[in-house]
Ligand binder design. Structure first.
Ligand SMILES: *Cc1c(COP(=O)(O)O)cnc(C)c1O
Length: 476
């Protein structure tokens, strides 16, 4: 399997060549040269593998279609080490729960940080450690977080050989639970840097440090952002696991509704569908930051400025542009790298928008690729959290609530199961749950009292030079 860039660079690269990379050199995103096709017989084998050998084996079988530069025995061991009941809470790893007529919830948030990002990040930690050891290299991961991504990265990389994490976050602006999750880690290779500023200041610092190429090279600075292909690939597996749990025969179809921000999660669903998994619809659910819903309704993709990016009660979906969206558009345009470059490299950079409403390909979005979309607001979230609690005794988090709200509008006559991906547990967003229900969400026992644990964090002004000096001091 080779990988190419969405902007036309077709230099053949293997999985491990792009594992530690962000963007392709031409500014595009990596995709496999083609999507391996799953025949009916093969899907039956995957079904048996999941039921008899479990999620880790399913993951191995799917990943091995895309990774041929790690020996099979090693890849299987990496999957087995990652997807354990100990780390993810249950033997099914992603258990499916029936919610109501035609609607199911697939639990993706029982990993160490209680958000779906663990599903991919935990594997990434093991893949990074393996590949760095094989090359005899080290990596210093520098990131900016307002919550979920940073903690998922830290819990994936803690204690890993050859890896240090330097995670910046806006001082005092994350929820007490999120701060406790990150700052209570005592591992020596994890460095929390609380910046006196807002999230944008943290991102600016990461950019400034990464743009200092000499520093970047000397200190082997890397990232783990959502455009990483390995993260996306790891997510493909739970679409298969959801399908297998919801059906008994491969003649059946299912649909998925996906609470979306950067389009990473639902893009993995698109990949699964391109491989031939019988998915009817992929429904993209957004919050008030509706860049994606707007595109799927109108054909116009219009990125927002920071003044038009709303701070909502489903904060992990508060995005102004969807960093993985280019992958889908590349497929939609018949994998035309020059046109993708014209849209993402030129039109978006100059006008902040592009318009495919008059292009024949726009009809394919729904008809050929199965996409639909919807949007949810703060009032919708509260109402959905309340109704789901009252009707089913189930507490859902705010992001999942955006999904359930939109899924209820798209479930049709109920003949095709609609699976909503549960992307976080409610305890992470306790204030909004209290607003909706009048009581706090349940806290998993292992998180009892984490706010009282000793904290390991360095507070710093919003100054890239001081962050660089800190990194240099801790890389000796
Ligand atoms: C990251 C995140 C999302 C959005 O996922 P994308 O891959 O960015 O579309 C949704 N919900 C939660 C809880 C998240 O952490």
């Amino acid at each position: 399997m080779h990988y190419l860039s969405t902007r036309g660079d077709a230099t053949p690269r293997k999985f491990c060549d792009i594992l530690l990379e962000g963007l392709a050199p031409d500014g595009g995103l990596y995709l496999p040269a083609s999507y391996p096709q799953i025949s009916d017989a093969r899907l039956q084998e995957l079904r048996t593998a999941y039921h008899q050998q479990g999620y880790a084996e399913l993951a191995f079988q799917i990943l091995s279609l895309y990774i041929d530069d790690i020996p099979a025995a090693d890849l299987r061991a990496l999957c087995a080490k990652t997807y354990t009941a100990e780390v993810f809470g249950t033997g099914e790893i992603v258990p499916l729960r029936h919610l109501e007529d035609g609607l199911w919830l697939e639990a993706l948030s029982n990993g160490p940080t209680l958000a779906f990002k663990d599903m991919a990040m935990q594997l990434l930690g093991n893949l990074f450690e393996y590949e760095l050891a094989r090359r005899g290299e080290e990596l210093n991961i520098l990131g900016a977080t307002s919550g979920d991504t940073g903690s998922a990265a830290e819990y994936a990389m803690r204690g890993k050989k050859g890896i240090r994490v330097f995670m910046t976050s806006p001082h005092g602006r994350m929820s007490p639970f999120q701060q406790a999750q990150m700052f209570s880690l005592q591992d020596e290779n994890i460095h929390n840097i609380a910046i006196e500023g807002v999230f944008d200041d943290c991102q600016d610092i990461v950019k400034a440090v990464s743009n200092d190429l000499a520093f970047k090279r000397k200190y082997k600075i890397g990232t783990v952002n959502s455009i990483n292909w390995a993260r996306l690939l790891a997510q493909v597996v739970y679409y298969f696991a959801g399908y297998i749990q919801a059906t008994e025969s491969n003649a059946q179809k299912v649909s998925f509704t996906v609470p979306s921000g950067n389009f990473g999660n639902v893009c993995a669903g698109h990949v699964a569908r391109m491989m031939g998994l019988p998915i009817a619809q992929l429904v993209v659910a957004t919050n008030e930051n509706d860049v994606l819903d707007e595109f799927f309704r109108t054909g116009v993709y219009r990125v927002r400025g920071s003044a038009d990016t709303h701070e909502t009660s489903s904060p992990s979906m508060d995005i102004s542009k969807a960093s993985n969206f280019e992958r889908f558009i590349f497929d939609l345009l018949g994998r035309d790298g020059a046109r993708t470059q014209a849209l993402f490299g030129t039109a978006l950079q100059t006008t902040g928008r592009f318009d495919l409403s008059q292009d024949p390909c726009f009809a394919d979005v729904a008809a050929k690729y199965g996409f639909a979309s919807g949007k949810s607001t703060h009032a919708d979230r509260l109402a959905t959290i309340r109704s789901t609690w009252q009707q089913h005794g189930v507490t859902i988090d705010t992001h999942t609530a955006d999904g359930v709200k939109v899924a209820r509008e798209h479930r049709g006559d109920g003949s095709v199961p609609m699976i909503v991906l549960e992307t976080a547990l409610p305890i992470k967003f306790a204030a909004t749950i209290e607003e909706a229900l009048g009581h706090a969400p349940e806290r998993p026992p292992k998180f009892a009292g984490i706010e009282d644990l000793p904290k390991r964090v360095q507070v710093m002004p919003a100054d890239a030079e001081q962050v660089k000096a800190y990194i240099a001091r801790h890389c000796a």
